[in-house]
Design a protein around this ligand. Sequence first.
Ligand code: NCD
Length: 321
Amino acid sequence: MQPAPSDTPFRHRHLLGIERLSAEEITLLLDLAESYVSLNRRADKKQDLLHGRTQLNLFFESSTRTRTSFELAGKRLGADVLNISVRTSAIKKGETLIDTAMTLNAMHPDVLVVRHPDSGAVKLLSEKVNCSVVNAGDGSHEHPTQALLDGLTIRRRRGRIAGLTVAICGDVLHSRVARSNIHLLNAMGARVRLVALPTLLPTAVNRLGVEVHTDMREGLKDCDIVMMLRLQTERMHGSFVPSEREYYHFFGLDYEKLALAKEDALIMHPGPMNRGIEIDSSVADDITRSVILDQVELGVAVRQACLDVLSRGLPDLRHNQ
Ligand code: NCD
């Protein structure tokens, strides 16, 4: 297992989370992603940076945006990209995570992109393989590329991240998107507010360096960015919320609550959205406020930037000829 060469500005072999990245490393990734945004708008989107490389996407949980954009990112950089579907793989036959990792590792991939329902599973897998590993979401722990694409969306729309007030609202407890965004926004100098029902806040919330609000109207006051989160019922064992109707009444983003935020506050959502539960349909589709589709577009560029920096640490193919 080769460490990344020390002269590369990004000194990590894997991208497992935002927590261990510095503001400089985050800025490097955002700047690099910026250059891919314009490339992605051209008719010819293909590069050969990853020519000859193999990228495997291993998703143990369903995904539309994240899996598709990792696939597009790899292909646009010239890699051979394979998607391994858990439904049809030996994982369904009871193979352990480590056996799966070792089997795939024996085929010499260069990058493994992994999503798994258990927090920590992607890190464990990264310790068993020779290639770079990108965390595409592990349980309720981290989802680093989502936070990076959110950061890029904010920076492009507002010109900066530092000094902005960002309200992250909804099911914070189960959200890896929230956790990665808290790390990124804190590192980049934003003020973070968490807005949620007490039952949907993590127990150690006061150690996260954020303001906490359990009243959405209070939490949205004068904020620059409203980041909505889905109620992740698949991770809820027991009852965390009253009825969906009541939840929408108190925590659903509608125009009335949005009016408390700054007049030009941006609305974000990582998707998939549950319209009428955490967000009103017309608010989500309001093109003067909602940047939800920007987030999707920038997701491809951010993933290209991540594959780009990690590939700099891979052994040079020319030396192997
Ligand atoms: C999120 C995820 O999977 O963590 N979605 C995404 O990656 N775009 C959020 C969610 O599922 O609610």
